[in-house]
Design a protein around this ligand. Structure first.
Ligand code: C2E
Ligand code: MG
Ligand code: MG
Length: 755
């Protein structure tokens, strides 16, 4: 059957088979009818009155056609059947009226079939051939070359038959034209559909009432790893499986309007990749409303599903480390508390904050900081059981929840494991690793609270205490301490009041030159002589006012008091330099330089060179440029600077060079371990070497024993302060202490570092 060519084979319609079906129907009918007629004729011995021979031949041709169709040669077999039957009918026409009757019916039928199978031109061709052949027969009869058949004169009969065949040919052409119009309309529709769907990501399939693909677009075929030609005409069940087909039918049945949609998950058989599909199905109906298969539109929604999962994940997880975030952690804590109640066990909340992480970020960049956090997250998870939770609250703060703990004695071991995990050097490049430390605060349910918020807050508070007491510490939340802390420090108003009441005092810790055995100065350390609580150390109140206006006022008081003290000591002939600790916030607050100048003016007998300001290395790193400017301005007044707790801030060489501080104070956490920890000794040595190469002085703080002093001297650090020399003491005690202090003899003889 001729059809308008579909564009690039993208459109294939099931109607392709209609011609073959018609041919096979026709052949079967011929075989059955003529087969029955021949059998009956033989049965009743009426052989002579029926056109049996031609009929037998036609029957044989029809059988051959059927076989041809089955073997896939429908077109050739069809032509042999049609032209064979035509020839047999015409050849037998002169030999009997029965034969002619068959011809009158049979020839128009053959013309009609030819028209449908091969097109109108072939139908007209067959009509002309028939008319010509009949003209030949009629002329032969007319001139009595063959016996005339029937009463009608041959030429008249010829004209009558011509009229019949021509009318038949005309109707064939007409009906074919109408069919073509309808068909091309269908193809046009299908082409449009194909164009629309091929350029959109949707997959489309039309399925007929027998459950076979009527149409599929390329996307659909491609998704199933087939071509459109392989699918069209084949059963849907072979491609999608019985379960999917059942689901489609159930979806259609469920909805009265004959449409519905559902989502399903598919695994690509080749790549194994999982994909999500949204299938919308719509019942197809014939014009009279009968069910006629269905249409299915499939959309690959894998990306949508994945991003929904991602959004959901991010709502409860930290995007950098993938750990649970605060919300999920609180939920887990809530569950752990309930489980703890049921099982009568403890729940431990460890609040972990990295020491000096901001420095690390500033020095090595944020991407290094991120990679460190990711590695730490993995390590922390490795330290705990699968049922415990490690969460990241943001920045460098992590929370570890431990459930099912039987007694408090188990806690230190776990916390030590966490601290150790953090302290293990972390590689930041192929050749470089850095060592970190953390401060951990611990609260325990039900001992320190039974609400997630309370437990978390208490662990946070304990962490602050741990942080103040040095690197790599852990502090267990203490309810009693909390009570006092709340009463004392909750508001800066208390400190303000203490300041107004004159409750603050300065203690002084001597700094000595160990090699020469001389006292080179003192460090002023603030204490709160509380009327009820007694002497309170700075760790217990400074963190709570840090960054506030009160802290600046407190700092100003310390400066003024230290200068006054120098004046008082000068009066008795003790010309001792004083180091004063100033918070980063105070130093950077507007008017620091002016205020310092005014104070110095107010104490004219005191040379500014005797005043040293200590600023934490970490605070200086926060705004190197500004701090450097302040240091330079202060130096113009004569005041010098020291970088306190040096080594905890991971300063790079560049930073040290840019900060014109005269002194570097090695942090006590390194000094404490120099006798047994080669790494800490290496750090101390490094700081000494750094100070020497940049022409700075170096002081070790926290020097606790004489042996520490020897070790420090052997690496070239001659200045030190610490309990090994003297504890901080009230101002009045300093002159007497200086008068009686004797430098250990071994310090003078201690080996010098090899230069
Ligand atoms: P810092 O400036 O590093 O002071 C040294 C701290 O170490 C002092 O603690 C001192 O008592 C303690 N210390 C001295 N020798 C040893 C030792 O051999 N072993 C050990 N383990 N510790 C020793 P303190 O007085 O509690 O002060 C703690 C921190 O509070 C100071 O650390 C300083 O950063 C800050 N601070 C103290 N006074 C002031 C102040 O007037 N203003 C400001 N802004 N901060 C201050
Ligand atoms: Mg200090
Ligand atoms: Mg210090």
């Amino acid at each position: 059957m001729p059809k308008p060519a579909p564009p690039h084979g993208t459109v294939t319609l099931l109607d392709e088979e209609a011609g073959t079906q018609m041919l096979s129907f026709f052949s079967t009918t011929v075989v059955l009818l003529l087969g029955t007629a021949v059998s009956l004729a033989y049965l009743f011995d009426a052989l002579s009155s029926l056109p049996l021979r031609p009929a037998t031949l036609i029957c044989a041709l029809a059988l051959a056609t059927l076989i041809g169709i089955r073997k896939g040669h429908a077109r050739i077999a069809g032509q042999i059947l049609i032209w064979g039957s035509w020839a047999i009918i015409l050849a037998s026409a002169p030999f009997g009226s029965g034969n002619r009757s068959v011809g009158v019916v049979g020839i128009p039928l053959l013309i009609f079939m030819q028209g449908w199978l091969k097109g109108p031109r072939h139908a007209i061709g067959m009509t002309i051939a028939t008319v010509a052949a009949l003209l030949g027969i009629s002329l032969a009869e007319h001139y009595n070359w063959i016996t005339q058949a029937g009463p009608i004169p041959p030429l008249l009969r010829w004209l009558m038959l011509c009229a019949i065949f021509c009318i038949m040919g005309f109707f064939t052409v007409l009906s074919h034209r109408l069919h073509l119009k309808r068909y091309s309309e269908q193809v046009r529709l299908a082409t449009t559909l194909a164009l629309v769907t091929e350029h959109s990501p949707i997959m489309l399939a039309a399925v007929d009432a027998e459950g076979r693909y009527r149409y599929v677009n390329n996307n659909y075929a491609h998704f199933h790893g087939k071509s459109t030609d392989e699918l069209i005409g084949n059963p849907v069940v072979d491609t999608v499986g019985a379960d999917t087909l059942r689901q489609i039918r159930q979806t259609l049945l469920k909805n009265d309007d004959g449409r519905g949609a559902y989502r399903s998950r598919h695994q690509d058989p080749v790549s194994g990749i999982e994909r999500w599909l949204e299938t919308s199905v719509q019942q197809a109906r014939t014009n009279d409303g009968a069910e006629d298969g269905f249409y299915a539109i499939l959309r690959d929604i894998t990306d949508e599903v994945r991003s929904a999962e991602q959004v959901n994940f991010l709502a409860y997880h930290d995007s950098l480390t993938g750990l649970p975030n605060r919300a999920l952690m609180l939920d887990r804590l809530r569950q752990a508390i309930l489980r703890g109640e049921r099982e009568d066990s403890l729940v431990v909340v460890c609040y972990l904050d990295l020491d000096g992480f901001k420095r690390l970020n500033d020095t090595w960049g944020h991407s290094t900081g991120d990679s460190v956090l990711i590695q730490l997250a993995d390590r922390l998870q490795d330290c705990v059981r699968g049922t415990d939770t490690v969460a990241r609250l943001g920045g460098d703060e992590f929370v570890v929840l431990l459930g099912g703990i039987e007694n408090r004695e188990e806690i230190p071991a776990t916390v030590a494991r966490l601290l150790k995990a953090v302290e293990c050097p972390i590689p930041i490049s192929e050749s470089r690793s850095i060592a970190l430390s953390a401060s951990i605060g611990v609260s325990v349910c039900p001992l320190n609270g039974e609400e997630p918020d309370v437990l978390l807050r208490n662990a946070d508070q304990a962490m602050l205490i741990a942080k103040q007491s040095g690197r790599s510490r852990c502090s267990l939340f203490d309810t009693e301490l909390e009570g006092r802390a709340r009463a004392l420090y909750q508001t800066t108003a208390n400190v303000e009041r203490g300041l107004a009441e004159g409750e603050f005092v300065l203690f002084y810790q001597p700094r000595v030159n160990m090699r020469l055995g001389t006292v080179v100065g003192v460090e002023a350390l603030i204490r709160w002589a509380h009327p009820e609580e007694g002497l309170i150390l700075p760790v217990s109140f400074l963190p709570y006012v840090e960054g506030s206006e009160v802290a600046v006022r407190l700092g100003r008081w310390v400066l003024a008091e230290a200068l006054s003290q120098m004046q008082r000591w000068s009066a008795i002939g003790l010309h001792l330099p004083i180091s004063v600790n100033i918070s980063g916030h105070h130093l950077k607050a507007p008017g620091f330089g002016e205020h310092l100048a005014k104070l110095l003016e107010a104490h004219p007998g005191i040379p500014a060179e005797r005043l040293e300001i200590e600023i934490l290395e970490t605070a200086a790193m926060e705004d190197v440029e500004k701090v450097a400017r302040i240091i330079r301005d202060s130096a113009s007044l004569g005041v010098s600077f020291a970088l306190d707790d040096f080594g905890t801030g991971h300063s790079s060489l560049t930073y040290v060079r840019r900060l014109p501080a005269r002194t570097l104070k090695i942090d006590k956490s390194f000094v404490r371990n120099i006798l047994e920890d080669p790494e800490d000794l290496a750090i101390a040595k490094g700081v000494v070497a750094l100070a020497r190469s940049f022409g700075r002085e170096v002081v070790a703080e926290g020097m606790e024993t004489i042996e520490h002093g020897v070790a420090l001297l052997s690496i070239g650090c001659e200045h030190a302060q610490g309990y090994g020399i003297a504890h901080p003491m009230p101002a009045e005690a300093v002159p007497a202490w200086i008068a009686q202090w004797k430098c250990p003899a071994c310090w003078g003889d201690a080996p010098r570092p090899a230069t």
